[in-house]
Design a protein around this ligand. Structure first.
Ligand code: AHR
Length: 519
């Protein structure tokens, strides 16, 4: 056919259309799985939780008392136990938080009617009756199949008090504290392994300097007996807030490493302490800032680990992120000291992204605790009297639970950007693992509020036959479950992918979490 000027023009127009279309389609992101036989196991304790005497986390959340009309076992709600068992929660941190350094455990044992009251000075100034104490917590952990992680009081407590607590929970033979435990109805010790030596010692735990805290730490752990626990106690030093690298440096330098199993780090995805944003009525700009704070976890972990590695090149001391999560304004009309907030797709994005960050740092980060389990901050469960709902964060943790104790499959990708008002963040986050049965799991998060991002993963060398997927997504970032509509958001089957000749191809919708796993 002879090229006339008209045909040439039509051809050029067609080329231009194709070109413009190609430019407006996000490029496919290639994700590479890097075979590494020496890759670490993702410690199940990265999926830990945190329950403080704060607002309605314990009282009115977990614990309703034996006389309640809400079905319970020894006062703990059966529906909460059932929901958390589904998550396979590996450990539960208690009793705080800031509360821990005001808590005197001996007030929470023995006949409930005889227990003294306590004013919760950090959280709402409410009076509590100490009806939920050591036995209640440790029995709850047994019901959950979770390991207890107790935060000791070094702020307002005494060395002897913490030493006694360890003897009370762990000593089998005859001793003042184990005899007291038996007198209170518990024969066998609980063998509590995880102990926090205070909490936020730089702030609510005593406003200490790191040098002083390092000495306090050495003194307190000296009197904590290792007996009754296989391998000894796992002691966790109260760690830095966010980018306080000096705190980590001083602790690593001044505490003998034989006395130290973990150093903590706290980082919340909080926009601004003075303007936190509504939990549900937030803008995309607020969302972007929350995502920026969530991605910051990656940098904080790298930088704290670099300091730890300087003093501990063999990596014997672990990093423990024992408080993380989103923190917003409380729900209108609720007690500001109770930190009760709703949970939207923004929280699902925080959870998916941060759990991927933890998985990918599994070599040195061995434990983490979401703040907090029920009715406080980024909760997985909200309750209203007898009603209960599972939040988007719950669903992400459920989708990710198979990563627990699986071997990490390291991945590499160059993420496209999520761009807003000239600012950029990586849009995609990925982690992968293979469990003991050989099942491979890949968790993919697209935090981009507007764009679908196509991805491609060559899984050819893993010998997989069939993949199945689940997705958590919704129409609006602000979407959330309510007591009237508790299942508005829940994971659905994800079919929008192909898996041919070992290559997985999918389109990840805006603000979605996808987990694919092999048969
Ligand atoms: O999780 C709420 C509070 O945040 C904790 O009590 C404290 O450790 C942190 O500042």
């Amino acid at each position: 056919m002879k090229p006339t000027p008209l045909r040439l023009l039509a051809w050029l127009t067609l080329c231009l259309i194709v070109h413009v279309q190609a430019l407006s389609q996000p490029a496919v992101t290639a994700i590479h799985v890097i075979p590494d036989a020496g890759a670490p196991v993702i410690n199940k304790h990265l999926y830990g939780h945190f329950a403080e005497h704060l607002g309605h986390c314990i009282y009115g959340g977990f614990y309703v008392g034996e006389g309640s009309v809400i079905p319970n076992t020894e006062g703990v709600r059966n529906d909460i136990i059932a929901a958390l068992r589904e998550l396979n929660i590996p450990n539960l941190r208690w009793p705080g938080g800031c509360f821990a350094d005001t808590y005197h455990w001996k007030d929470g044992i023995g006949p409930k009617a005889d227990r003294p009251t306590l004013v919760n000075t950090w959280w709402g100034g409410v009076t509590e009756d100490n009806s939920f104490g050591t036995h209640d917590f440790l029995n709850l952990c047994e019901q959950l199949g979770a390991e207890p992680y107790i935060s000791g009081n070094v702020g307002s407590g005494e060395v002897q008090e913490l030493a006694d607590w360890v003897q009370y929970t762990n000593f089998e033979g005859t001793s003042p504290m184990s005899d007291l435990r038996r007198a209170n109805g518990r024969e066998a010790p609980w063998a509590v392994k995880f102990w926090g030596i205070g909490n936020e010692a730089w702030g609510c735990g005593g406003n200490m300097r790191p040098e002083y805290y390092a000495d306090i730490y050495r003194k307190y752990v000296t009197f904590m007996s290792n007996s009754g626990v296989e391998g000894g106690l796992y002691k966790i030093a109260s760690g830095a807030s966010d980018a306080d690298y000096n705190w980590t440096e001083v602790l690593m330098k001044n505490i003998p490493h034989r006395m130290l199993q973990g150093v903590a780090l706290h980082h919340y995805s909080i926009i601004d302490w003075n303007a936190k944003s509504s939990a549900t009525g937030f803008s995309e700009a607020d969302y972007f800032k929350t995502m920026k704070q969530s991605w910051l976890m990656d940098e904080l972990i790298d930088k704290h680990l670099a300091i730890m590695d300087k003093y501990d090149p063999q990596g014997k001391v672990d990093l423990v992120v024992d408080e993380w999560g989103g923190w917003y304004d409380v729900e209108p009309g609720t007690n500001p000291g109770f930190l009760f907030q709703q949970n939207t797709m923004r929280d699902a994005m925080i959870a998916g992204l941060i759990l991927n960050i933890f998985n990918n740092h599994a070599k040195r980060v061995k434990m983490a605790n979401l703040a907090q389990t029920v009715n406080v901050l980024q909760a997985v469960i909200l309750t209203d009297q007898e009603r209960l709902l599972l939040t988007p964060t719950y669903h992400v943790m459920h989708m990710y639970r198979g990563h627990q104790d699986a071997q990490l499959l390291p991945v590499a990708l160059t993420s496209p950007d999520y761009e807003l008002d000239g600012q950029r963040l990586p849009a995609l986050s990925v982690s992968a693992s293979r469990d003991a049965s050989g099942k491979v799991r890949i968790s993919l998060v697209n935090i981009d509020a507007r764009k679908t991002h196509p991805v491609e993963i060559d899984l050819g060398n893993l010998g997989l036959k069939v993949l199945q997927g689940r997705i958590l997504s919704s129409a609006r970032l602000q979407d959330h479950n309510t007591f009237e509509q508790p299942e508005k958001l829940k994971p659905a089957t994800f079919n929008a992918f192909t898996f041919r000749q070992g290559v997985f191809r999918a389109e990840l919708p805006p603000f979605s979490v996808v987990v694919v796993e092999s048969d």
